[in-house]
Design a protein around this ligand. Structure first.
Ligand code: ADP
Length: 410
């Protein structure tokens, strides 16, 4: 079975075409600068070199048309006919409380998806655009929506309710939702595999440290708390997002600087985080390089970044009543020994001890980096959100087929 996985952003479409029975990526790529001048399609078939094509790609429909065309292309493609695509799995950022699991898209589902736009106005409209494009270009091929929020839907109410009037939760759905669910799900399962223990008996903290960053407490395989909240702004310090802060600061700054709602939103999402503190960059590589050159503000940004992760490790160990494994993943988690070491400093009392040599060697590989004495396993696990989306898409279409067969038999 071959599944096309699509991740549609405001001006980009990332794709992977996966033979799911072999867990093998046949081709992957990305269309960027959609709707701008000089759009670009970068495509990498599994057995041939990467190619880059430039042109004008006006919208998501045209972008998906280009993706299908390149997958069919005699020189660069990996299929002969569209019908080889068994289903399309779409990453959808926000499913609210309506979607605790992935779902086969039909007209009713599309309507509910549209009702979730107000929860994620920056992300969901593009995800929906991608689904619409595929419905047009690949009629009859099942479309499955896989949500970043779904893994966190089993959190207990005391972890997701905020200390504001309860009526605001009832009226507007204001609660913690959490994001990066497919990544936290994947790396927690891989951790249990590596440890050769059933996930049901493990207490794991997963740290997804990319441009956006979040941590999750995974107890018995279930997300029981997570650092991102109603939106992806809460929690850790990120590339350009503030993470946790006193909400009164926003009111104060808006009043003093006479900011509009839009400007305040931009300040918190685009001009804060490591970029905001350091004034240097949102990229961890630049922050580390600058701090090594003696830039004290870049050093401060790095200190804030790692200190906050350390605080969350303590909080989540307490939330779960113990800890068996700590997992690092995504761009920074997979690549930065400096950050991993700093995040684990002074955590020996929790049973966390990093082996410096193993830590230095662990670059984008699945490996353990704790010392022999460490009672907590510390793992580096490259994330694979596309594989989770493809596997879930397969499960959902197989369940739908079974239901159809059952109804036939009735
Ligand atoms: P996204 O959230 O966009 O998917 P990624 O998971 O690709 O992001 O992570 C991007 C982050 O990873 C950037 O901050 C980048 O600096 C960081 N990163 C990548 N390689 C390294 C490295 N070798 N050392 C430190 N940070 C790195």
């Amino acid at each position: 079975m071959k599944i096309l996985v699509l991740n549609c952003g405001s001006s980009s479409v990332k794709y992977q075409f996966i033979d799911i029975d072999k867990s093998y990526v046949l081709a992957k790529g990305m269309v960027s600068r959609i709707g701008m001048s000089a759009s670009v399609l970068v495509h990498k078939p599994h057995d041939r070199p990467e190619i880059t094509i430039s042109g004008e790609i006006l919208d998501h429909i045209v972008a998906v048309e280009h993706v299908i065309a390149i997958l069919l292309s005699p020189n660069h493609g990996v299929m002969k006919d569209k019908s080889e695509i068994s289903a399309v799995g779409h990453r959808v950022v926000h499913g609210g409380e309506k979607f605790p699991d992935s779902v086969l898209v039909d007209r009713d589902v599309m309507q509910v998806l549209r009702s979730c736009i107000e929860l994620a106005p920056l992300h969901n409209p593009h995800n929906i655009r991608g689904i619409n494009a595929c419905m047009q270009i690949l009629p009859g091929i099942p479309q499955v929506a896989v949500f970043d929020t779904a893994f966190h839907q089993k959190m207990p109410p005391f972890a997701y309710i905020y200390g504001i009037p309860y009526i605001l939760y009832k009226k507007y759905g204001i609660r913690r939702y959490g994001f990066h669910g497919t990544s936290h799900f994947y790396v927690s399962r891989r951790a249990a595999r590596i440890m050769r223990r059933p996930i049901e008996e493990l207490k794991i903290i997963t740290c997804h440290l990319g441009n956006g960053a979040s941590m999750t407490a995974v107890k018995g395989g279930i997300s029981v708390d997570t650092s991102m909240g109603f939106t992806p702004l809460e929690g850790l310090l990120m590339g350009t997002r503030s993470g946790d802060l006193d909400p009164a600061i926003i009111l104060h700054v808006m009043a003093r600087e006479e900011l509009s709602l839009h400007e305040a939103n931009t300040l918190l999402n685009k001009h804060s985080g490591m970029q905001g503190i350091s004034g240097v960059s949102s990229d961890m590589r630049d922050i580390i390089a600058e701090s090594q050159k003696g830039n004290t503000i870049a050093q401060l940004a790095l200190d804030v970044y790692c200190y906050r992760i350390r605080k969350y490790i303590g909080a989540y160990a307490a939330a779960m009543g113990g800890l068996d494994a700590l997992v690092f993943t995504a761009g920074i988690g997979e690549n930065s020994p400096v950050v991993r070491k700093k995040c684990c400093e002074n955590l020996e009392f929790l049973g966390i001890q990093i082996d410096d040599e193993k830590n230095e060697e662990a670059i984008r590989v699945e490996t353990e980096i704790q010392t022999d004495d460490s009672s907590v396993k510390v793992l580096c696990i490259p994330t694979n959100e596309e594989l989770v989306i493809a596997l879930d898409t397969k499960r959902i279409i197989e369940e739908a087929k079974e239901r159809k067969e059952m109804h036939k038999g009735l």
